[in-house]
Every structure is written in structure tokens, then in C-alpha cells.
Ligand binder design. Structure first.
Ligand SMILES: Cc1cc2nc3c(=O)[nH]c(=O)nc-3n(C[C@H](O)[C@H](O)[C@H](O)COP(=O)(O)OP(=O)(O)OC[C@H]3O[C@@H](n4cnc5c(N)ncnc54)[C@H](O)[C@@H]3O)c2cc1C
Ligand code: SF4
Length: 564
């Protein structure tokens, strides 16, 4: 890490050190290539800096979120969140969009939820089935071996439940799933009565040691970062592994603003702002991989206007910034008397849900019984979590009887968080806001956003189903009936934004081919969620890393053959 890079000879510049950039750099260095990584955020040491062992009561406001630390005082995001000081973004009138950025080495992998579900053939070919959105330019079978390799390297726990929504991993790839918690078993039993299956959540958390990383000891919130490396983040795995080859150099505090092409249309340089000196630095490059996150990568391309590419480099299709998708999201919670007053014991587990509800409606959709085309899943919440801020809920009063009521109810709340597929639509996209520049002088992103009836009908179905599940448990839903319009989260709020440089088979309708290579500039690649052709309900990052591994391997081979 540092700024002494002039003496380092490199083959590839990788922009961004998060999920996509980390995987690209690991794959390229393992194949013998030399990588210079440019990262906008500051250096970050997950061992020295994580507050994983602190207790909420030691923090101001008992650890509650503030505009500086949106997800709580101890969240691992050291620079950023819903806002980054000096780096605004704008939204068009009538649009609501939230953009989470982590300006730090490792990006958002330091604190992501680590839910890691494979897409299936069904997910890759939605357009062929119902004429909506776009197909991916490859099949599930092309990606299956790469999913195996990614899961084995990253370390994913879970099982193969044999459900149509969950393709199997090869034998021996997954780490054992931790046992379900009591509230999850109760939800599972209720869901079963309604014909809805549950399965162990697949999560990028080690339940067995791997390489230099230790197994989870089930005691500390993963969102604060994991110094023992059990919860996957690039700062404890892919980046140290790539550095250990001696073939990678990382420059932190390097805010890339544009790329440029020569008269032959080949990319020849990358420009970044050194955040310390505030000076512009131009570096020449043989090959560039952009993995700055979907919207930041599209921003770099749109801000790179040349004579050959007046609308932005690699944007002859006009698709850069278009097809912006997030996951749908909605929460329902309730109180379950059957869980009241149960014996106290440690139910922490690996922080997040051990069981979840995969999408069970493929057959019903095929029969035309549902009024929305794409599926969703439920992430489950419940259990004895460490007490946080004050008293929540409807209890009022004081003294001993209030304490007794709260103790009685402790651990009896459950929650179902819906995450669903969104289809791309013409009203949801990003562009450059020519009126506003950030503190580095770089024009910022402007978001346009609208959900369509596909997503609203899906969320309405989810709200009804979640209510049925809680009521089947004998519980009471703790919130009034809400319309889908009121319940659906804002665009970007689920932090699965993808699609802004989508891949495809036709250069007129997509930005890259199936290898993440831009159609227009052969030595320019995208290896973040920008390349997604659709956004299935399954959290995007496992597929993002799988594509980065596969496509960096393809790139490495092309460079060895010197076809690039
Ligand atoms: C709280 C939270 C929970 C989440 N939970 C899940 C989950 O359970 N499952 C899941 O699949 N996904 C989850 N996600 C999403 C997941 O974190 C992202 O999909 C993933 O990190 C995206 O990888 P990326 O490489 O595209 O971007 P990032 O991981 O954000 O990395 C991009 C990097 O590029 C750097 N960068 C940005 N702009 C520039 C620039 N101009 N120049 C140089 N560098 C730049 C950034 O600083 C950053 O380090 C979650 C995210 C959050 C915040
Ligand atoms: S619960 Fe496990 S995976 Fe999560 S931070 Fe703690 S040790 Fe790491």
C-alpha cells in the first residue's frame, strides 16, 4: 500500500479492491500477471481496526446508527455509508435512490451480509421464458464449475437441499451449515404447513478453518468486520493472497476519474486524483479492469469523453448507466407468544439467519397463477440478540412489572425480510449530473428511479405471505397492513445495485461480452455488478465474484497468448 509505485512494472490496472476487484486481482496474480490496484478509499487493517469485541453499551447512543455511521457506531465502514463527505450524488425530481459507498480498502466486503446464493438456469434465461428483461449471454452450466471454485476459495457454508431454486454445489465444496435456531425452526414449521420450504442459508462464513483463516466462533456481529477471517472480506483473504505473490501493488487514496483511448480506439491510460496531494496522475496501461462498483464504474466511463466516444468510453450502445436494478425489499415483523419465557442461552450463531425461505413459486408462475413474473426469498430474523438502545415496542409503564414484561418477551420477536428480483425498466438509470462536481472536481451521478407493477405485485404477495406465516405460528404481526407502495424499500436501499454496463450477445444492446470485455475497447474490462444482465432475487455478490474469477481467468489466458 502507498504511493511509491513508479518503479513497479505492471500488466493490468485493476480499479477497486472490493468483491470484483479483489477477485480479479487474485486470479490475475495467481496466473502470473502483475497487477497495479487503484483504490479510492484509505488503507484499512481489519485485524487492528475492527471493533468486533466492543459492546454496544460502550458506544455513544448505545451503538445506534447516526448520519456518520448509518449502520451503527461499530459498523466496519470507516469512510462512507449513505453519504460520503464531499462526494454527493443527486436524484431526479420524483425519484428516490440511496447509494451506499465504502471508501476503504476492501470496499463493501468489510461489512456485507455475506448471503451467497447461486443463480440457476431459470435465473439466467428469464427473457427466453417470459419476454421480459434480458437473457445472460451464457448458461448456468458454463458458470457451475466457477461457482464451485469461488465457493471453495471464499468459503461458503450451507447445503444442497435439492430445491428447484437452489442448484447444487459439487460434493465437498460447501462448508457445513450451522444448526438452525429455535425461532427459525418455528418459522420453518409454520411455512411447511403453508407448503413453503426452508433451507440453510448459504453464507460466506467459515464453519471450518480455511487457508490462514479461522472458523467462526459465533459471538461477534459480522458487520463490524471479522479479524479472524471467518466472515469473507477481501482484506483478510484475496488481497493478502495476491500481495503474497509479490506481483501486486496497491495504491490507496487514488480516486480514478477517467480513462482514455488512443487513435486506434485502444485504451491507453487511466487518470486518478491522489487524494493526499489533490493532484491528477495519469498512468499508462496495457489492460484495465474496472471494478469500482456498478455505478462508480459507469460514472468513470460516462466521464471519459473522447472524440471517438463523445457519449463516454465503451458507450457506443448508449447502454452505460441504463438498466440500473436493485433488489426489491420489504420487512414484516411480529411477536410470537410461543417463544416467550423460554430458557436463556447463547443463540448468537454467525449473526445472520441460519435458515431462510428460498423462492418456492416457480411452478405457480409457470402455470400463470401469479400476477408477477419473478421470485423473491425471505431472510429470517429472531433470537436472543444483545440488547441495544432503550425499550422498543408497545410496552409502557415503569418499575418491576415493566421489567418483567420485557424479560418475558425477550427473544419472542421474529422478522421476515423480503428480497426480490427487479426487472430493468426505462425509468431506472443513472447519468452524469453536469451541474454538480464532487470535491475532486469530478461530475457526479444523477439517479432516476421507478418501481414497476412487476415489483409492486411481487411485494404485495410477499407481505401477504409473511403475515400468513407469522399468524400460522400463532403470532401477531406488529405493524398495520401496508400497501406494497408504502412497504417497498427505496431504490438502492438493499445495496444490490447492478446492470449499468450489462453484458450480452449484441454490441448494440449491451456494453460487454460474456467475458466482461467491452465491445468497443478490447483491452478494457468490467468486473463488478455493472455487467449483470438481470438481477435475480439472490443477493448478487457471489455471482459477481464468480464472473470476476471466470473472466479474469479468460483475460489471463488471452494475455499469455498475447492476443491482448
Ligand atoms: C451492509 C451491506 C450488506 C450487504 N449484504 C450483502 C449480502 O448479504 N449478500 C450480497 O450478495 N451482497 C451484499 N451486499 C452488497 C455487496 O457488498 C456488494 O454487492 C459488493 O461489495 C459489490 O462489489 P464491488 O466490487 O462491485 O464493489 P465494492 O465492494 O463496493 O468495491 C468497490 C471498491 O472500489 C472503490 N472505488 C469506488 N470508486 C472508485 C474510483 N473512482 N476509483 C478507485 N476506486 C474506487 C471503492 O472505494 C471500493 O473499495 C451488502 C452491502 C452492504 C453495504
Ligand atoms: S460471528 Fe463469526 S464470522 Fe461473524 S464476525 Fe464473529 S467470528 Fe467472524
Amino acid at each position: 500500500m502507498g504511493h511509491n509505485y513508479r518503479d513497479f512494472a505492471y500488466d493490468v490496472i485493476v480499479v477497486g479492491s472490493g468483491a470484483g476487484g479483489g477477485m480479479a486481482a487474485h486470479t490475475l496474480t495467481a496466473a502470473g500477471h502483475r497487477v497495479l490496484m487503484l483504490e479510492a478509499g484509505r488503507d484499512y487493517d481489519p485485524v487492528a481496526e475492527t471493533p468486533m469485541f466492543q459492546m454496544n453499551h460502550e458506544a455513544p447512543l448505545r451503538g445506534a446508527g447516526t448520519p456518520d455511521k448509518d449502520f451503527g457506531f461499530y459498523d466496519a465502514t470507516v469512510d462512507g455509508g449513505w453519504s460520503v463527505p464531499g462526494e454527493p450524488y443527486t436524484t431526479a425530481p420524483g425519484s428516490e435512490f440511496l447509494w451506499w459507498r465504502s471508501r476503504m480498502l476492501g470496499g463493501r466486503t468489510n461489512h456485507w451480509g455475506r448471503f451467497s446464493l447461486r443463480f440457476s438456469e431459470h435465473d439466467f434465461k428469464g427473457y427466453s421464458r417470459d419476454g421480459l428483461g434480458a437473457d445472460w449471454p451464457m448458461n448456468y452450466d458454463d458458470l457451475a464449475p466457477w461457482y464451485d471454485r469461488t465457493e471453495a476459495l471464499v468459503g461458503v457454508c450451507g447445503n444442497n437441499p435439492g430445491l428447484d431454486d437452489m442448484p447444487d454445489s459439487s460434493p465437498g465444496v460447501l462448508q457445513p451449515a450451522p444448526p438452525p435456531r429455535v425461532p427459525e425452526l418455528l418459522i420453518s414449521a409454520a411455512a411447511k404447513k403453508l407448503g413453503i420450504p426452508t433451507a440453510p442459508m448459504r453464507r460466506a462464513v467459515l464453519t471450518r478453518p480455511l487457508d490462514n483463516r479461522q472458523a467462526c466462533f459465533y459471538a461477534t456481529p459480522c458487520g463490524r468486520g471479522c479479524s479472524i477471517g471467518a466472515a469473507f472480506q477481501t482484506t483478510t483473504s484475496l488481497l493478502p493472497m495476491a500481495l503474497a505473490t509479490g506481483r501486486m501493488k496497491i495504491i490507496t487514496d487514488a480516486m480514478v476519474c477517467s480513462v482514455s483511448v488512443d487513435v486506434n480506439g485502444r485504451l491507453n491510460s487511466v487518470v486518478f486524483i491522489d487524494r493526499h496531494s489533490r493532484r491528477k496522475v495519469r498512468l499508462s496501461a496495457r489492460v484495465v479492469v474496472l471494478a469500482a462498483s456498478a455505478c462508480e464504474t459507469a460514472r468513470i466511463l460516462l466521464n471519459s469523453r473522447t472524440n471517438t466516444f463523445p457519449a463516454g468510453v465503451a458507450n457506443s450502445s448508449g447502454q452505460v448507466g441504463r438498466n440500473l436494478m436493485d433488489s426489491t425489499g420489504a420487512n414484516i415483523s411480529g411477536h410470537v407468544p410461543a417463544l416467550e419465557g423460554r430458557p436463556r442461552y447463547n443463540e448468537d450463531g454467525h449473526t445472520a439467519n441460519h435458515l431462510f425461505i428460498p423462492w418456492w413459486g416457480h411452478q405457480a408462475q409457470a402455470r400463470g397463477e401469479l400476477n408477477f413474473p419473478r421470485g423473491y426469498h425471505f431472510e429470517l430474523g429472531g433470537g436472543f440478540s444483545p440488547p441495544g438502545m432503550g425499550i422498543r415496542g408497545s410496552d409502557s409503564g415503569y418499575g418491576r412489572s415493566l421489567k418483567q414484561r420485557i424479560q418475558q418477551k425477550y427473544g419472542a420477536g421474529v422478522g421476515l425480510a423480503l428480497r426480490g428480483e427487479m426487472l430493468p425498466n426505462a425509468n431506472s438509470y443513472m447519468e452524469i449530473d453536469e451541474r454538480v462536481k464532487d470535491q475532486w472536481g469530478i461530475p457526479v451521478v444523477k439517479f432516476h428511479w421507478r418501481w414497476s407493477a412487476h415489483e409492486l405485485n411481487q411485494v404485495a404477495h410477499g407481505l401477504k405471505t409473511a403475515r400468513q406465516i407469522i399468524e400460522t405460528m400463532g403470532g401477531q404481526v406488529g405493524m398495520p397492513d401496508q400497501s406494497a407502495e408504502a412497504a417497498i424499500k427505496k431504490g438502492g436501499e438493499i445495496i444490490h445495485e447492478v446492470g449499468t454496463t450489462r453484458m450480452g450477445i449484441d454490441h448494440r444492446e449491451s456494453v460487454t461480452n460474456q467475458w466482461g470485455q467491452t465491445w468497443d475497447v478490447e483491452n478494457l474490462f468490467v468486473m463488478d455488478g455493472g455487467v449483470f444482465a438481470s438481477n435475480p432475487h439472490k443477493n448478487c455478490t457471489l455471482t459477481l465474484m464468480t464472473l470476476a474469477m471466470r473472466n479474469a481467468d479468460w483475460l489471463a489466458r488471452a494475455m499469455h497468448r498475447r492476443t491482448l
